[in-house]
Write a protein that binds this ligand. Structure first.
Ligand code: F6P
Length: 308
């Protein structure tokens, strides 16, 4: 996200615009928490995780009174267009706000979940997947040395983009996703089959939204069916969301940040910039929220990796 903020600020300044940073998203907009941004305000941030502008899930912005306050603050400050970085919640708020007050807004897809339609990748996804793969590689050392089955729970809310990509890249034996029905008996059978073929350890990725009830539940089910197996659970949690962004995320953030400001300058409003097939694209914010991006399960075909 910092790469995106940096690019948006510098593209704006280089086009003769005045740029304000809004702290804590919609929450800061309501409180009038703004800061003039110059080129130096965004120095030395491209390599940092998180966001220098901070982020908040705003309940007040969901109310008409909250949005009115936010609009008044924008007017007071002379802000006449917005770049909104975020996911579903951010774009839902942006759509309503734009309809109510006619403020031009261009969205940038920013979520580790990669679940927004209209872009191949969202900001943070690549970094999150890299973090998970790094964790799998490390956990595999213990799994292999101790002949264990590890159940690793990853984020993604109700989608399996992180689980699928990280599972493939980490060479997982099975990946449990929200998009497919989980069958514990089948998982147990496959693990047992693997053991018969000489496999002494296994990695099972469990996406947090999977219908198996999470990694602990799945592990319990397997222990019931395969009591002799030595199993362990690791929930990666927020380690996935932090740390040095990958070069891919930095380039994506830069392109989307620049693209968003250029889109506003070209008169766009209520749209989201995205990257499809390495080309900058633009779709209505509503489409980004309403349409469903499909997970490509065929990526895992013929890998001897069970998808459930
Ligand atoms: O939407 C991004 C995400 O990281 C999800 O993958 C996860 O379920 C959620 O946010 C965690 O949110 P919080 O940090 O508020 O617990």
């Amino acid at each position: 996200m910092n790469a995106c903020v940096r690019a948006a600020v510098r593209t704006g300044l280089n086009n003769g615009l005045q740029i304000s940073g809004i702290w804590r998203g919609y929450e800061g907009m309501i409180d009038g928490d703004f800061m003039d941004m110059n080129s130096r305000s965004v120095s030395n941030i491209i390599q940092r995780g998180g966001t220098i502008l901070k982020s908040a899930r705003s309940k007040v912005f969901k109310t008409p009174e909250g949005r009115q306050k936010a609009f008044d603050q924008l007017q007071k400050r002379g802000i006449d267009a917005l770049v909104a970085i975020g996911g579903d919640g951010t774009f839902t708020g942006a759509t309503v706000f734009q309809e109510e007050f006619n403020v031009p807004i261009v969205g940038v897809p920013g979520t580790i979940d990669n679940d927004l339609y209209g872009t191949d990748f969202t900001l943070g996804f690549d970094t999150a997947v890299s973090n998970v793969v790094d964790a799998i590689d490390k956990i595999r050392d213990t799994a292999a040395s101790h002949d264990r089955v590890f159940f690793i729970e990853v984020m993604g809310r109700d989608t399996g983009f992180i689980g699928l990509a990280a599972g493939i890249a980490g060479g997982a034996e099975a990946i449990l996703l929200p998009e497919t029905p989980t069958d514990i008996q089948r998982l147990a059978d496959e693990l047992a089959k693997g053991a018969k073929k000489g496999k002494t350890s296994s990695i099972v990725i469990v996406a947090e939204g999977d219908d198996g009830g999470g990694a602990f539940e799945v592990a319990k089910g397997i222990r019931g069916l395969l009591p002799d197996y030595d199993t362990r659970v690791s929930v990666l949690g927020h380690t996935q969301r932090g740390g040095t962004p990958t070069w891919n995320d930095r380039v994506l953030g830069t392109r989307l940040g620049t693209g968003a400001v250029n889109a506003l300058l070209a008169g766009h409003s209520g749209t989201m910039v995205g990257l499809i097939g390495n080309q900058l694209t633009s779709i209505p914010l509503k489409a980004a929220i309403d349409q469903k991006k499909e997970l490509n399960l065929r990526m895992a075909e013929h890998l001897e990796c069970l998808i459930l």
